[in-house]
Design a protein around this ligand. Structure first.
Ligand code: OOG
Ligand code: NI
Length: 547
């Protein structure tokens, strides 16, 4: 549906697949025995998140019911109203499955109490006149709720409702006067929601194995950078990839592989000559007519990536091509029409890394605030001298460890631990309960837990650069305060706290390791209690969402 609606998105998927394929070819030179077949490549490149923006609590509740039919629960609460200069009148959660988190929908709710009473009434009036869910779609959502599932025919029908109406872009809008007033008073986000007919997808976001390669490729295909610039950036990206693609990178990016698979790969080698050969090949593969994105309607690509710098493998990095200016027909109550344009739908990309602990997140937020301050002193640096910009941005995150073992040791990210074959054989002789020592002696192995959620500050940056409106001030006399409970009440559903999941996964794995190595007796009672309570919180949350 979305590929048909937005040709540039469809083409950007080809660029992404090609870059991901190059990364796989590159890594199979570095790791003898590693490869990905087409199906695995499609599946991994095919991960997505989408974003929709909802107008009223009733609509939001219905959308939550729709996603429940796909076993997608609300995860995490995002308050976009309190992000300083980047604030938007939005609160949000993201629907995803806990077990298969690869497909997610970030779902915003417009908070009209931040408008002046007059605007508020008009926005409410406008929204009360649309029916995004047909009667049949409502029926199916209710049926799913009552029965705890749908049969195949009903499920197919609900999918059809989704793509033929609920999430479909119609190109029609209503009340041009209200639209213009909202845009002019700094509430473009409200115009994007209230004047349209459906919960159209704002964007879909595929998954890249190498952000710097993809962004360079997009700028090249969009005609924003020449071949020399692209060669330079692509070669840098591949050099970087060569530096960071240790076996932990392999586990993080290719999740279908086991640690045993990865450990069995032989060591290959990438030379400077290889990098230049790969660069030549990418140029050749991108410079084809089918990928000349500059021929399509576009507004360019963002100049810098949101999130951590490339050398800090935490949370997620995101970037995007900028929102397209698309034709819209405004249809008024008297039947008259106005041809106009609307700029909101953009094309994101993301690369996911390790989930941070609260300490890790705190350090990230500090580094980010510092990086934002530095960027503000020279906002055009990314455009003028990209290498210098990247170095300067990375410098703000120097305090962060750069590899998984260091990140785990410093308790910055969550890990999932298990006993190795050697550990199983030597379980009688093990005495220490120190997890780092157990890892060092080869008895225990680990992998990082991937971050499956969103970053409100990055999201705000993306909102801002695409709306062409840097933040929105509340016009209400008193700024309302929103909490997770506000949204839970609206949906009639509990919101999952992702930190409880990440922490629970780690705690469960540690308890299992201590049990497998007969170490539970030797574990300090307080330590055991802590792990058990993290595990119990995780379990009770799982029960709560499945009931
Ligand atoms: C949602 C912004 C949030 C992300 O990737 O952080 C988001 C929106 O633009 O509606 O999608
Ligand atoms: Ni997004």
């Amino acid at each position: 549906m979305f590929g048909t609606e937005v040709p540039l998105y469809d083409k950007s998927l080809l660029v992404n697949r090609l870059c991901n394929q190059v990364v796989v070819e590159f890594l199979s030179k570095k790791y003898q025995g590693f490869n990905l077949n087409d199906e695995q490549l499609d599946k991994t490149s095919g991960e997505r998140h989408g974003a929709i923006r909802i107008g009223t609590p009733e609509e939001y509740r219905r959308v939550a019911g729709f996603f429940a039919a796909f076993d997608m629960e609300p995860h995490n609460f995002y308050d976009m109203t309190s992000l300083g200069g980047k604030s938007q009148p939005i609160i949000a959660t993201a629907f995803r499955s806990r077990l298969n988190p690869e497909h997610r929908v970030f779902c915003s709710l417009l908070m009209i109490d931040s408008f002046t009473p007059d605007t508020r009434i008009r926005v409410e009036e406008r929204l009360s006149q649309r029916q995004v869910f047909s009667d049949r779609a409502r029926e199916l959502v209710a049926k799913n709720q009552e029965q705890g599932g749908l049969n195949e025919a009903d499920a197919e029908e609900l999918v059809r409702e989704g793509i033929s109406q609920i999430f479909k872009w119609t190109g029609r809008a209503h009340d041009y006067r209200l639209y213009n007033e909202l845009c002019d008073t700094g509430f473009k986000i409200a115009a994007d929601i209230a004047c349209f007919e459906s919960h159209h997808l704002n964007h879909l976001t595929p998954n890249t194995f190498c952000m710097n390669l993809y962004t360079a490729a997009m700028k090249f295909c969009l005609g924003e950078s020449d071949e020399d610039t692209f060669r330079h950036r692509a070669a840098n990206a591949l050099n970087w990839l060569n530096g960071v693609s240790d076996r932990d990178y392999m586990k993080l990016h290719f999740r279908h592989l086991t640690l045993e698979d990865i450990n069995a790969y032989g060591n290959g080698c990438i030379s400077a000559e290889d990098i230049s050969t790969f660069t030549d090949q990418i140029v050749e593969r991108l410079a084809v007519d089918a990928l000349r994105l500059s021929d399509l309607n576009h507004s360019g690509f963002k100049d810098f990536t949101e999130g951590p710098p490339a050398d800090t493998p935490i949370l997620l990095r995101q970037d995007s091509y900028k929102a397209l200016t698309e034709p819209v027909t405004f249809v008024e109550a008297d039947g008259s029409t106005t041809a106009a344009v609307h700029t909101a739908r953009f094309g994101e990309i993301e690369q996911r890394f390790y989930a941070t602990t609260p300490e890790g997140r705190k350090l990230y937020d500090e580094c980010l605030a510092n990086a934002e301050n530095v960027r503000a002193t020279n906002p055009d640096l990314a455009k003028q001298d990209f290498d210098a910009y990247q170095d300067s941005y990375a410098a703000s995150f120097a305090a962060f460890p750069k590899t998984l073992p260091e990140l785990l040791k410093k308790n910055m990210v969550y890990g999932r631990y298990s006993v190795t074959t050697a550990g199983k054989q030597q379980r009688q002789e093990v005495s220490t309960t120190d997890i780092d020592a157990l890892v060092e002696s080869g008895l225990v192995q680990y992998e990082g837990v991937r971050y499956e959620d969103f970053l409100p500050f990055s999201a705000a940056g993306i909102f801002a650069s695409n709306l062409g409106q840097y933040g929105t001030k509340s016009a209400a006399p008193e700024k309302p305060v929103y909490s997770k409970e506000t949204l839970e009440q609206i949906m009639g559903r509990k919101i999952v706290d992702p930190d409880e999941i990440y922490s629970g996964i780690e705690a469960d794995s540690l308890l299992q390791v201590y049990s497998d190595l007969n170490l539970l007796d030797k574990l300090e009672a307080s330590e055991q209690k802590k792990l058990e309570s993290r595990s119990a919180a995780y379990r009770s949350m799982l029960n709560e969402i499945s009931s």
